[in-house]
Design a protein around this ligand. Structure first.
Ligand code: SF4
Ligand code: SF4
Length: 130
């Protein structure tokens, strides 16, 4: 089980394209993801309770030196390494469009600590996925 930490432990984030998340996770797809990704052909794995991106040799089939479908990538990939919850503490509290969201991160992501201000990244992701 991943030990998530409140986002305020970090000030900045930028994806380094290290590929860790593209190996570590089975990317679960929603209906809109599936619709958008159909253009790439047979890229799905159908599990008992969901649809996932296929993997090859332990990594997502779209992973080369970078993500080959970055513009079309699934919502789960757009959110990572951020996790959005209803509950948390002061360190995870984030105000967004009049609502309080609690935001946590997977500390194993190598993009934490450098790059854009983390509040700006979180706002951008929330605008895209909510
Ligand atoms: S683990 Fe973090 S830095 Fe590496 S590819 Fe994934 S999101 Fe980017
Ligand atoms: S779609 Fe792209 S970002 Fe998502 S797991 Fe595959 S290679 Fe990584």
């Amino acid at each position: 089980m991943i030990e998530l930490v409140p986002f305020r432990r970090y000030e900045r984030w930028r994806c380094t394209h290290c590929g860790f998340c593209c190996e570590e996770y089975d990317v679960s797809l929603g209906y809109e993801d599936e619709k958008r990704l159909r253009r790439f052909g047979n890229v799905f794995r159908y599990g008992k309770i969901g649809v996932y991106l296929r993997k090859k040799n332990g990594r997502c089939i779209f992973r080369k030196d970078k993500c080959r479908i970055y513009r079309f990538r699934p919502i789960a990939c757009r959110k990572y390494p951020f996790y959005f919850r209803e509950e948390g503490g002061e360190d995870s509290k984030f105000e967004f469009m009049g609502r309080t969201v609690h935001v946590f991160v997977d500390p194993r992501c190598s993009g934490l600590g450098d790059g854009e201000r983390i509040e700006e990244v979180i706002s951008r992701i929330l605008k895209q996925v909510r």
